[in-house]
Design a protein around this ligand. Structure first.
Ligand code: XMP
Length: 512
């Protein structure tokens, strides 16, 4: 990798966001734990280092500290919030509890608009969230920005190329944060800005080829979701038909999905593809089960069993591949591990029982939107790459009560109508997730001149950035009308359609 920004993570809630913002500027970045040994950092020859925010006070006992020699390594450093305060403390400045805690959008006055602040307006709205602040700059530094209650809202030592900002340039509420980051990356760190998915794909293909060798074989569990599909396409590019994909079809996928996966991996990426048609087994095991957790448990167990049976019948494979992505890596605290290959330790025992010792995770350094961009670069179909999230247990968690093939057909058809109409209205990229749910409620209706006693389908559509919280999407009335009319007319056994208007929390996105 020619350019690299390392982000030392002090536990701030926006650390991942910093990495994403940097990559959006076409500069490769990685998040590493704050206590990574200095030599390890230097050995990676970063173009720049960003010190993240964090929940501690620099004066707390046991608060994260770094080796001050980092400031003498000649590498540009930008400290954000905690990162700025730590820089001040370690280099001889003062950090004290703020008299007025600043939280939210605060007007910051830029006092020195050269260097890091070049191009920012004099008064700029910035996102702040701090209880402590720098009250005295270290020797060699001067204050470059201030707020009403924080006289040193930014500081710098231009000669040493060490900078600190009390506000958060990475959040979108900081109106001109992107300009500041661009200044740091391109003017100060002199990054070329050539990180893109084509370059990533080339490097990853090479890494996979080096690791697997000219004869090695790889087994991948393909779920049909975005991550495992992109991983398959990438590994296929590296080793061709030495990749075998096992696709367990549990009969609980959306309309057309199973066939699409088969088509893509038989024609576009002709891997050795095994489709295990296991719907009967899943439905048999789900018979009579109504508890949501029990359903999930049964589906998870069956999935592993079917996969294991298929894998056994294939004979020995050298590597096991999966589509782990960067947020999982960061959240599991594994920090930096740039290689796509590593010894397994987080796959719930599956490869161990199959006798694998090595995992290939070619997406483990990518965010979701980058995985999608990579998928497009590799030539995967647009609909597959931009697929909305879909839970592993599939439609089973969208059927309240017992799961049967008949009920699955009802929810699948209703969902297809909803998806079609959302796409026709051009709203698919604006709504984060939308689907139909088959409630266990039957009600009286009238169709033709006949009394009916049929099911109620609920429509769920949400907008969200991170799926941790969500708002219900304000769908146009005429769209809801069309969907409702089509579902009751076209899908047998549905006589009523309702709309879920609950936020998360308190409701979850899925109904089970
Ligand atoms: P909830 O329902 O918890 O969903 O608000 C949040 C997001 O996670 C998805 N989800 C799952 N994804 N396996 C998955 O891979 C699961 O068991 C699962 N359950 C929920 C859900 O679709 C939403 O995007």
């Amino acid at each position: 990798m020619k350019e690299l920004i390392l982000i030392l993570d002090f536990g701030g809630q926006y650390t991942q966001l910093i990495a994403r913002r940097v990559r959006e500027c076409h500069v490769y970045s990685e998040v590493i734990p704050w206590n990574t040994p200095l030599q390890e950092i230097l050995d990676r020859h970063p173009s720049g280092i960003i010190l993240s925010g964090g929940p501690s006070s620099v004066h707390d006992e046991g608060a994260p500290r770094i080796d001050p020699a980092i400031y003498d390594a000649g590498i540009p450093i930008l400290g954000i919030c905690y990162g700025m305060q730590l820089t001040a403390l370690l280099l001889g400045g003062q950090v004290e509890r703020a008299r007025e805690r600043e939280y939210g959008r605060i007007t910051v006055r830029m006092k020195d608009r050269a260097g890091l602040m070049e191009g920012l307006t004099e008064s700029s709205a910035c996102w702040m969230s701090h209880t402590w602040q720098v009250t005295e700059c270290p020797p060699g530094f001067h204050a470059t920005a201030e707020t009403e209650h924080c006289p040193i809202a930014a500081m710098e030592n231009r000669e040493k190329r060490v900078y600190g900002v009390q506000f958060h340039p990475e959040v979108t509420h900081t109106a001109e944060g992107k300009i500041l980051l661009l200044n740091f990356l391109f003017e100060i760190c002199r990054c070329p800005g050539d990180w893109n998915m084509k370059a990533y794909a080339e490097a990853a293909v090479q890494q996979i080829q080096d690791a697997v060798g000219s004869e090695g074989t790889v087994l991948l569990a393909l779920s049909g979701g975005v991550d495992s599909s992109v991983a398959a396409a990438l590994i296929y590019r590296a080793i061709g038909s030495r990749l075998t994909c096992v696709f367990v079809d549990h009969g609980l996928l959306r309309k057309g999905e199973s066939d699409q996966v088969c088509h893509v991996f038989s024609h576009l990426f002709p891997v050795r593809f095994i489709r295990a048609d296991a719907a009967d087994r899943f439905f048999a095991d789900l018979k009579g089960v109504t508890d949501p957790e029990e359903k999930r448990h049964i589906i998870g167990r069956d999935f592993i069993e079917v996969f294991r049976e298929e894998a056994r019948s294939l004979g020995k494979m050298d590597y096991f591949a999966q589509g782990t992505i960067y947020p999982d890596v960061i959240e599991s605290g594994q920090g930096s591990n740039a290689a796509v290959i590593k010894s397994h330790h987080n796959v719930g025992g599956l490869p161990k029982e199959l006798g694998f010792t090595e995992l290939i995770e070619p997406l483990r350094m990518l965010f979701k939107d980058e995985v999608r961009a990579l998928g497009e670069t590799l030539g995967l179909p647009h609909e597959l790459v931009w697929r909305q999230p879909f839970p592993g247990p599939g439609l089973a968690v969208r059927i309240i009560g017992e799961v049967t093939p008949e009920k699955t057909a009802i929810v699948r058809e209703s969902d297809a109508v909803f998806r079609e109409e959302i796409a026709a209205a051009g709203l698919d990229s604006q709504i984060s997730q939308y689907f139909a749910v088959l409630t266990n409620l039957r009600s009286v209706g009238v169709m033709g001149d006949e009394r009916t006693y049929d099911y109620t389908v609920a429509l769920r559509a949400v907008t969200t950035d991170d799926f941790m919280t969500a708002d219900w999407a304000r769908l146009p009335y005429d769209l809801i009308e069309r969907v409702s009319a089509r579902i009751v007319n076209e899908v047998p056994h549905v006589s009523r359609v309702v709309l879920d208007v609950t936020t998360k929390p308190p409701a979850s996105i899925e109904w089970e």
